[in-house]
Ligand binder design. Sequence first.
Ligand code: CP
Ligand code: NVA
Length: 311
Amino acid sequence: SVSLKGRHLLTLADYTKEEIMKIINDAIKLKDMQKKGVTHHYLKGKSIAMIFEKLSTRTRVSFEVGMIQLGGHALFLGKDDLQMGRGETVEDTAKVLSRFVDGIMIRAYSHDSVVQLANNSSVPVINGLTDDYHPCQVLADLMTLYEAKGSLEGKKLAYVGDGNNMTHSLMIGCAKIGVHCSIAAPKGYEPKQAIVEKAQEIAKETGAKIEITNDPKEAVNGADAVYTDVWTSMGWEEEQQQRLKAFADFQVNSELMAAADQEAVFLHCLPAHRGEEVSAEVIDGPQSLVFDEAENRLHVQKALMVALMAD
Ligand code: CP
Ligand code: NVA
């Protein structure tokens, strides 16, 4: 049987297909227990520290509520609440927090600082988004697609928009599971080449196709899921005007959805900007699963915390 006890989750590249599917399947069980009101205090008496350098709605609330539902406790630590905000090192912060808590979740700008935190922590560290990756979101995305379609292998996910942290984690998650992944980004906004190559390398094990194009119609052709994300991520606000122009032809709207499979679902990690990366009629329309997807953050992160932190 698969055990993840004591592990970190920095990117999905570190997890096997079986480990990822275990988390998703456990999440489905926990979701059912929660809906039926069955107590599931698998983390009774445990604490998780949540460090946030960037803003958050879903990640913060889902981890905090998830921990409460598991019988544990979560501490919200904004960057300016910690001595890290006055220059205490990531290393010392990791060593000190490890003496107090059973796990650490961190949302940071630099992925390297999360790696450094993990290298100095004796308790599991969970990546709650960096400039380069967002693995927890992709666990929820794969769970949502699995629930909607009944299987994942051989399905096709198209991502249209900015080649960002979401794109990177989607490529890796899809490659691991055997979901074909087509990315359409404007020239100059493609995902990082090194991460594309890494995903393509991983995909060899599962037969997933990982493709990059500058043509949204080509990417969504026959897709079972169409995914997009904001054109301006947290940390890139200064480029907003220039990005509005660069991405003008990359909106997911009814016309683009019509080029996907007839039964295609629409996914978005949220927060969304209606009228920019997605039209209101798509995100608020019948193909959209964005609120199930957001809800699944709760269930999948509960499964993850149990897997990493339970006795
Ligand atoms: N999707 C997501 O991570 O949302 P938050 O930024 O609100 O946490
Ligand atoms: N790419 C977005 C995702 C937000 C959940 C950002 O980094 O701001």
